[in-house]
Every structure is written in structure tokens, then in C-alpha cells.
Design a binder for this molecule. Structure first.
Ligand code: URA
Length: 439
């Protein structure tokens, strides 16, 4: 018997497992309009509160994946491996990893998203590069993958329309933080893009959608189980997202930091996560099984300049100005900077740089969106002059703010002050890559 939207919502509200047909009716209704936004939002909230069984999560993933066109890339002979992060602050790993993996022999067909909540999005970062287009038609996408073995684009309109709708609703209805919804959102997109294997960066901590390691692990296990069950070798790294990753937050600034990394001048934490994820991609692509050998291969691609050349090719292929690679001033940069610190009389240590606080302050500054139709300012952002564990001498600055509109500055500074915690005693920094979860 076909159930009405309100009956499906009520069954989930009351804690029942939905039937496959009900999950499929929800997804079809979201795309066709048969489920109105208010009904979809109500069901999303019921899912957040009641959860979903592994079967329901698998059905939801599959129905979302099948809601649009599924790409197949038989003409590509290289192993096609992608990486996806569950979202963080300062996470510009994709910008480094796609050209790096391509330089090491993989093909990376990467479909990315925009910022969600307090987290940044790869598409917004790439679009800071003058001329860079994240929309390629199918023929151009395939040609680019054959020519330069990498593409970084947004979902085309005919792919996974169910996620496009649900992602936008979740962003504004407090329904992002849910393991089954995140799992279905990520995997439906990734499994529709024609890859052979997938590596996930599952983040937990203050700046992630999963606050605790235990929830991060549950999400990673769910992603790996469903990806593997759907026929794609999938593995996940569980990584800490307590403080922003790297030193830059903001779109142009993160592109600059990514290029520094490709030049071999990246910060240690960002390189650690990038190398670990990229090594996992090489393993799943059967190019390098041994982790130490994979890291040596990756390092060689950076030291030889091959990875930076691959980035330049990517920028050029997607209509961007390749001169940005050698001349960072060609990116939109803000004309105004100021620094904040503390008035300490004795040395102090950075105990906490709250990633969520920095992400939210970046949205206020204009680096992210505070409403669905807000326009991003690519020039603004933060430069972390200190990271957790660092010593701060009297008078030393901690953060440099790059801003356009000084009217927002007081609020931003106040938020940053809340996000920074200081300690009189040295602070131990926790390891970043906590575990690897394989299918
Ligand atoms: N990234 C996604 O693509 N979807 C989510 O729900 C969260 C992070």
C-alpha cells in the first residue's frame, strides 16, 4: 500500500524502521515535488532524532544515487579513485591531493560541494581562481580526465538531484548532523561519479559534524560498509578536526596554502593528512600497497615539481588563469589586514583554537555563506600565526585577519577571542590521523 508523506513521517517519528518502498517514495517525492519542503524537512528531523538502520541507510543511499544520471567512465584506463571529506575548517586537502594523485598515476574524477554550515567547500575555493569554472559538460569532463587525469567540478544538474535538494534543506533546518543522512549524501554522489574506489576523510571534533571520536568512528564504519556493499572498495581515515587544518582559512588564502604545499612548503599537519589520504588512494588503486613506499612516491612527485605542474594543468584546463601558480597576487586578495593577540606579560601556550568558532567567524567575515543565496568574498579570511601547542611570547600576534568590510570586524574579533584558549603550561597536541577503517 502506498503511504502518504505524513504517514511516512509519522512512522519514522514513532521509531519504526521504514520499508524500502517508503524510503524510495521519499526520495522520488523530494525530486518530483510530491514531498513538499516542509514534509521533507519534518522527515529529515525525524531521521536525525530516531536514526536509521543500516538497511534503511543503504536504501536511502541507493535511491538518492539513482535519482539522476549515473556516470560510467569505461574509456579511462587508469584506476579512478576519489577522496571525500566529511567537512572541516581550513580543509583544502582536495586542492593538493587531486593533482598529487594524478601526478602519481591515478585518475581523480572529483565532484565536490560548496560550504556547508561552518565548513568550507572545495568549489568555493577553486572559484577564487580568476576564470576557473567548476561546471563542465559531460564531453569536456571526460576529455579532461583522459588528457590530464583529474577534474574538479560541481555536480551537474542531472546528477543526484535528490541530494542537491536535501543538502540545501538540511543546511538551513538543523539536520546536518546525522550519520545516515551524511552517509547517504556523500555516498550517493560519490557512487554516481564513475569511480573504481573511494577514500573518505571522516573528521571528528569541535570543527566537524561529528563531535566525538565514537560518532566519527560510527560514521566511518557506516560509510565503509555501505560503499563496500555497493561494490566499490571504500576505506576511511578517522582524523581529528579540533583546530583548523593548516594555517589558512578563506578561499584565496586556502588556494595559496595549497600551492605552497605542492611546492613542498606546506604546514606539517596539512601535509600529514594529505599524504595519509593520498597513500590510501594509491593503495586502493593498486599502485602502491606499502604505506612507506606510497609516501616516498608522493614526496617525489612534490620534490620533482610534477604535482605543481599537474595543478597548473588543472587550472588551465578549467579556464582558470594559470599565472596564479607563480604569482599569488593574481588571486583576489584583501587590501586590509590586522592582527590579534593577547596582552600577556609572560609566555603562554595555545591550548585551543576552536575550529568551529573560526569557521563561524569566517562566515561572518564573508568567506562562507550565512544564507543560501549569500555571495562569498574570496579575498577574506584568517591566517593562523600560531597553532595549538605553540608558545606565545609577550605581545606576539596569534591570528592575522584579512578583511574587506571593517563594519564586521568587531564581531569577528570577538568571535575569534572566544575561539582561542590559552594555557600557562605547555600543551600536548593530539595525533591527527587516529585510525584507518577498511572494508
Ligand atoms: N558532505 C556531504 O556531501 N554531505 C553531508 O551531509 C556532509 C558533508
Amino acid at each position: 500500500m502506498e503511504r502518504l508523506p505524513q504517514e511516512i513521517i509519522a512512522r519514522k517519528r514513532d521509531g519504526y524502521q521504514l520499508e524500502r518502498e517508503e524510503v524510495e517514495a521519499f526520495v522520488a517525492g523530494v525530486v518530483s515535488g510530491g514531498f513538499k519542503d516542509y514534509q521533507a524537512s519534518a522527515l529529515l528531523m525525524a531521521i536525525v532524532l530516531r536514526g536509521m538502520t543500516p538497511e534503511e541507510t543503504g536504501w536511502l543511499t541507493e535511491a538518492m544515487m539513482r535519482s539522476g544520471r549515473i556516470v560510467d567512465l569505461p574509456e579511462i584506463s587508469r584506476p579512478k579513485v576519489d577522496k571525500h571529506s566529511t567537512g572541516g575548517v581550513g580543509d583544502k586537502v582536495s586542492l593538493i591531493l587531486a593533482p598529487l594523485a594524478a601526478a602519481c598515476g591515478l585518475c581523480v574524477p572529483m565532484m565536490s560541494g560548496r560550504g556547508l554550515g561552518h565548513t568550507g567547500g572545495t568549489l568555493d575555493k577553486l572559484e577564487a581562481i580568476p576564470g576557473f569554472s567548476t561546471q563542465l559538460d559531460d564531453a569536456a569532463y571526460r576529455k579532461q580526465l583522459q588528457n590530464i587525469h583529474q577534474a574538479m567540478i560541481g555536480q551537474s544538474v542531472d546528477m543526484v538531484p535528490a541530494d542537491r535538494k536535501l543538502y540545501a534543506l538540511r543546511d538551513v533546518t538543523g539536520t546536518v548532523e546525522s550519520i545516515p543522512l551524511i552517509c547517504a549524501s556523500i555516498l550517493s554522489k560519490k557512487l554516481a561519479e564513475g569511480i573504481d574506489a573511494l577514500v573518505l576523510d571522516v573528521k571528528f571534533g569541535r570543527g566537524a559534524f561529528m563531535a566525538t571520536e565514537a560518532d566519527g568512528r560510527k560514521l566511518a564504519e557506516s560509510l565503509v560498509a555501505i560503499g563496500t556493499a555497493m561494490g566499490k572498495p571504500t576505506s576511511a581515515l578517522l582524523t581529528r578536526m579540533e583546530q583548523p587544518l593548516g594555517r589558512m582559512i578563506g578561499n584565496s588564502l586556502e588556494v595559496i596554502e595549497a600551492m605552497d604545499c605542492l611546492r613542498g612548503q606546506g604546514p606539517a599537519d596539512l601535509m600529514e593528512v594529505t599524504f595519509a589520504l593520498c597513500a590510501e588512494m594509491l593503495r586502493l588503486g593498486d599502485l602502491e600497497v606499502d604505506a612507506a613506499a606510497a609516501k616516498a612516491t608522493l614526496k617525489k612527485a612534490i620534490d620533482s615539481g610534477a604535482a605543481l605542474r599537474a595543478f597548473r594543468q588543472l587550472v588551465e584546463a578549467q579556464g582558470g588563469d594559470p599565472r596564479v601558480v607563480d604569482d599569488y597576487e593574481r588571486l583576489p586578495l584583501s587590501e586590509h589586514c590586522c592582527e590579534i593577540g593577547v596582552e600577556n606579560e609572560a609566555p603562554l601556550y595555545i591550548g585551543r583554537l576552536d575550529a568551529r568558532g573560526f569557521g563561524q567567524a569566517a562566515c561572518v567575515l564573508g568567506a562562507g555563506r550565512s544564507s543560501m543565496d549569500a555571495v562569498i568574498d574570496p579575498a577574506v579570511g584568517f591566517e593562523l600565526l600560531k597553532k595549538e601547542g605553540d608558545r606565545v611570547e609577550p605581545g606576539e600576534p596569534i591570528v592575522r585577519i584579512h578583511f574587506t568590510d571593517d563594519k564586521k570586524l568587531d564581531t569577528v574579533v570577538e568571535r575569534l577571542r572566544h575561539a582561542i584558549g590559552l594555557s600557562k603550561k605547555p600543551v600536548a597536541v593530539q595525533p591527527l590521523v587516529v585510525d584507518r577503517i577498511t572494508g
